[in-house]
Write a protein that binds this ligand. Structure first.
Ligand code: ADP
Ligand code: MG
Length: 258
């Protein structure tokens, strides 16, 4: 149950500006899709909301700033490339999602174990629970990392290209699963999404980023247009309408190599 407000946020790596005066707000329970070409600043913006990078400007949750090191009970981040610690099992890794709720040296209680079990179950990982995380395929690791983020039971879920390593069947299934959990728990979701068609189907609002700035923002039907997407992605883009009303975004051949 958390509204997220990002106001005038800028982030530099050394002297390069990666996020340039970005303001975005997301209502409780909404799904914001963050789209834009490689290097646009999507991951950096998500990391700042999770409290992992320094920034100027303000980031507030229900109007209140939360210190970076106290953010884990409010915000969970599924990173673009989750690090899988060698030797750890899937069950142990998902339990790490509960760290924010455990006191110093406290061991997990029934509720912690129930949340871990539910996350493992919903992501279809029961048969993987005792497998070492560093021996998983990219797609399996992505599902395990999502299970950890869901087990964290935060009210804001940040997803960084959550389906980029998944096969076609799992891509839709995982997005629908997150959507189900969002509705059950009134989660606020901010997701960097590489699949623009999927973003249009699932997001309530879309923010288009380019060169660290917000280039466009609005409902999918307003933003997913050739005129808006073409210049930002540097490609000719056509938007088709499927029989069910879905807007299908396709890049067209530009006539030259590349
Ligand atoms: P996106 O997720 O949209 O592809 P990123 O947020 O990862 O974009 O990157 C934005 C810009 O910041 C890029 O130019 C990238 O090279 C740079 N960048 C990202 N992470 C780092 C880092 N750790 N150190 C230096 N530059 C970085
Ligand atoms: Mg990224």
């Amino acid at each position: 149950m958390t509204r997220v407000s990002v106001d005038g946020v800028s982030i530099s790596y050394r002297d390069r500006l990666a996020v340039d005066d970005v303001s975005v707000s997301v209502e409780t329970g909404h799904w914001l899709g963050l789209i834009g070409p490689n290097g646009a600043g999507k991951s950096t913006l998500l990391r700042s909301i999770a409290g992992l990078v320094d920034h100027s400007g303000s980031i507030a949750f229900d109007g209140t700033a939360i210190p970076s090191d106290a953010r884990a009970s409010t915000v969970a981040l599924l990173p673009q490339n989750p690090v899988m610690p060698p030797g750890m099992t899937v069950g142990e890794y998902v339990l790490l999602g509960r760290t924010a709720h455990l006191g110093w040296l406290a061991s997990e209680n029934d509720h912690d174990r129930a949340m871990v079990g539910e996350a493992i179950d919903r992501l279809d990982l029961v048969d993987f629970a005792n497998r070492p995380v560093d021996e998983l395929s990219g797609g399996e690791a992505q599902r395990v990392a999502l299970a950890r983020a869901l087990a964290q039971e935060s009210s804001v879920l940040l997803l960084d290209e959550p389906t980029s390593a998944l096969d076609l069947g799992h891509q839709l299934a995982v997005l629908e699963l997150v959507n189900e959990v969002r509705c059950e728990r009134m989660l606020t979701v901010i997701a960097a999404m590489h699949d623009l068609t999927a973003a249009g189907r699932i997001a309530d609002e879309i923010v288009v980023m380019g060169n660290g700035r917000v280039e466009a923002a609005g409902a999918p039907a307003e933003v997913l247009t050739p005129d808006t997407l073409g210049p930002v992605f540097g490609a000719e883009i056509t938007v088709l309408e499927a029989p069910d009303g879905t807007r299908v975004v396709v890049p067209m051949r530009s006539g030259h190599a590349g």
